[in-house]
Ligand binder design. Sequence first.
Ligand SMILES: [Zn+2]
Ligand SMILES: [Zn+2]
Length: 273
Amino acid sequence: MRLEFYGVRGTFPGQGRSGTKIGVNTPCARITTRTGETIIVDAGTGLRPLGEDLTARRRGKTALRVSLLLTHFHLDHIFGLPFYGPLYMSDTAIDVYSWREPEDTREILGRLSEAPLFPVPIETTPSKMAFSRIGEEGAVIGGARVTFCPLMHPQGCVAYKIEEGGRSIVFATDTEHPAEGLDGRLAAFARGASVFIYDAMYLPEEYLSGRQGWGHSTWEQGVRLAQAAGVSRLVLSHFNPDHDDHTIRKMRRAAARRFERTDAAAEGMKIKL
Ligand SMILES: [Zn+2]
Ligand SMILES: [Zn+2]
């Protein structure tokens, strides 16, 4: 599998106050399976540049088909969808998966482009869209196995695990840790993951000054989970739009002192598994 990040900001596109190499876009990541199929996790504003890449690199007249996994429906995770270029091409298909009923997913995403919010209703675009629910048993998508685990987040969210060839990637953004510190269910779900992507929205001191109950976590909890789950690599993500690159680098260094293989996600960052 190959993993590439297209958006790593939480809540709102942002860059801190002094420019950014980490990137401005909200959550979107691309996984390419061994058979060359594309799985996208979340449709944040990073979906727009991802759509551009997919169309630019398309060979000849091959149809473009992707599978999109949605962790939940907060705006920062779906707002890129109306701006996904391939939606407006007739030889493309997008299979949307979530943990909700297919009709709910279709209806919620449809609201995004309802008049007068957007000029083109998503469902009238030329691309073929299909909606599916991933059940407790998981699904096989593009040769990879996909399962989920509920997270602690207002209105619900899930972590996804994508496994292929003995390697696994776990996405766990938009989650808050319990007051006692460790989400045991998530630790069990992430056990032995090759890459564990975690919500590093707040600095520990920010979290403690009034952000409890907001549904997000800290790098410190990410380290605890990475250790408890015995993952190979921790990737911090879903960064606060007000955090500049310096703050995020400092956060990564602090985490790496306790868990050596820690990275801060950034747009364009690629991981081969
Ligand atoms: Zn979010
Ligand atoms: Zn959210």
